[in-house]
Design a protein around this ligand. Structure first.
Ligand code: NIG
Ligand code: FE
Length: 415
């Protein structure tokens, strides 16, 4: 095997270099290299530039030439920074009831909601959960998603959360995509827990957190801040403990009511996700912080709710990532690119902002600085779309699939 690979000529290479993590981006500001080449060494990018220049430079190297004959646009591998793809069962009945006008309470009383998925997921073996994750991760990978965050949160006890996080860890060893695990034991107070919110969170932080460290299952802690889940007063001590142990914090914030994003800012979380209910106050607070705002259009589409005020967040100077929230309840579609493009049309985001939201801004939401842009030293995670202009990617609203997906320097999907 040769030491280097040179890929090209590429009609347009969208490097995402130089664009800032915060604030608006005009399409004209994107760094685009025409007739480009990508020189890869192992799993990382060695050089990005004009193909003819790279061909000359590569002359003296031990290089394999991967020549492209048709027009291609090259863009960093997509990063889905918020999913719940470790689950069992379907919530099609919830979906039907919701669309038929039933309330949240009526659905819960009929045995639906998060708790239904907890029951189904607890019944599944760790192996079954692993298979489910691999299958869903593969679906995302074929759509160009090379890094996927995966939450627990349907176990809601120490052993069941461990089972989910071990399943995620095992799936990561088989999946072509990188899976980044997050502990969401703070998803809701389990109905079978004998105690209040505070006692439950104490149990999790005292008994589960040390095991997460010991088994290296995750370095991220999430919680759902909402009246139906956990209040800020419950969550502060929980997050403080997590931070003191070195975990990154991420928050399900402002989905139906406000309060969560304030916790995210005060706790210096890496991200605040959802934000459909955020008002001007929350938008300003987030924009003045280092917290990445993560819009989840899949949940808005799944629930028939308004979208996260993405335009306002960007105009206020905030950092906006976009993720799929793929889960069996509120976001069953699981198509990141389609959802990001749809958010773009409703929120008047530029194509640059949509694509930034699922590349380097999404990797920032995961605290990862080795992906999301195409530059020397970064992971060679990228997509080739068979088209001559990057505008075509958003224009097709998720229907234009990558012709090749590359992960860590190798082709992992081709069509
Ligand atoms: O991100 N909001 C809370 N949690 C998930 C929904 C989970 C479920 O309904 O199963 C979300 O939308
Ligand atoms: Fe979620």
């Amino acid at each position: 095997m040769k030491k280097y690979k040179l890929i090209g000529p590429i009609t347009q290479l969208v490097s995402m270099e130089k664009s800032s993590v915060k604030g608006p981006i005009k399409d004209e500001e994107l760094v685009i290299i025409e007739n480009a080449g990508l020189l890869i060494e192992g799993e990382r990018i060695h050089m990005v530039g004009i193909f003819s220049d790279l061909t000359k430079k590569a002359g003296s190297l031990d290089v394999e030439l991967v020549e492209l004959s048709a027009d291609h646009v090259c863009i960093p591998g997509f990063v889905d920074a918020h999913t719940h793809i470790c689950f069992s069962g379907s919530r099609a009945r919830d979906y039907a009831m919701r669309n038929a006008g039933k309330s949240y309470l009526e659905i819960a009383q009929a045995g639906g909601g998060i708790w239904d998925t907890v029951i189904q997921t607890r019944k599944a073996s760790q192996q079954e959960l692993t298979y489910g994750i691999i299958k869903r991760a593969d679906t995302l990978l074929k759509k160009g998603v090379t890094t996927i965050e995966v939450k627990s949160g349907y176990g809601l006890s120490v052993p069941e959360e461990l089972k989910m996080l071990r399943a995620i860890k095992n799936a990561n060893t088989s999946s072509e995509a990188d899976l980044i695990a997050t502990c969401l034991a703070g998803h809701m107070l389990p109905k079978d827990f004998d105690g209040d919110h505070k006692t439950y969170l104490e149990k999790i932080s005292n008994s589960l957190f040390p095991l997460l460290k010991q088994e290296k299952l995750t370095n991220r802690i999430d919680a759902f801040i909402e009246k139906s889940a956990f209040l800020p007063t419950d969550i502060y001590p929980y997050f403080k403990k997590a931070k003191a142990m070195g975990f990154d914090i991420t928050v399900h914030a402002d989905q139906f009511s406000t309060g969560g994003s304030e916790v995210a800012v005060k706790m210096d979380a890496v991200s605040a996700d959802h934000l459909e209910a955020s008002t001007e106050d929350e938008i300003e607070m987030l924009a003045n912080s280092n917290v990445i705002a993560v819009a989840l259009p899949g949940a808005s589409i799944g629930l028939g709710c308004n979208f996260t005020p993405a335009r306002k967040i960007l105009d206020a100077g905030g950092a906006l990532a976009i993720a799929s929230d793929w889960n069996p309840g509120s976001a069953p579609m699981g198509d990141l690119l389609a959802q990001a493009c749809i958010l773009g049309t409703f929120e008047k985001l530029t194509n640059a902002e949509v694509l930034a939201g699922i590349t380097f801004r999404a990797s920032a939401a995961l605290h990862l600085n080795d992906r999301g842009r195409l530059a020397p030293g970064m992971l060679a995670d990228f997509n080739l779309f068979q088209t001559d202009h990057f505008n075509e990617i958003c224009y097709h609203q998720g229907k234009l699939d990558p012709s090749e997906v590359w992960k860590r320097g190798d082709v992992v999907f081709q069509q």
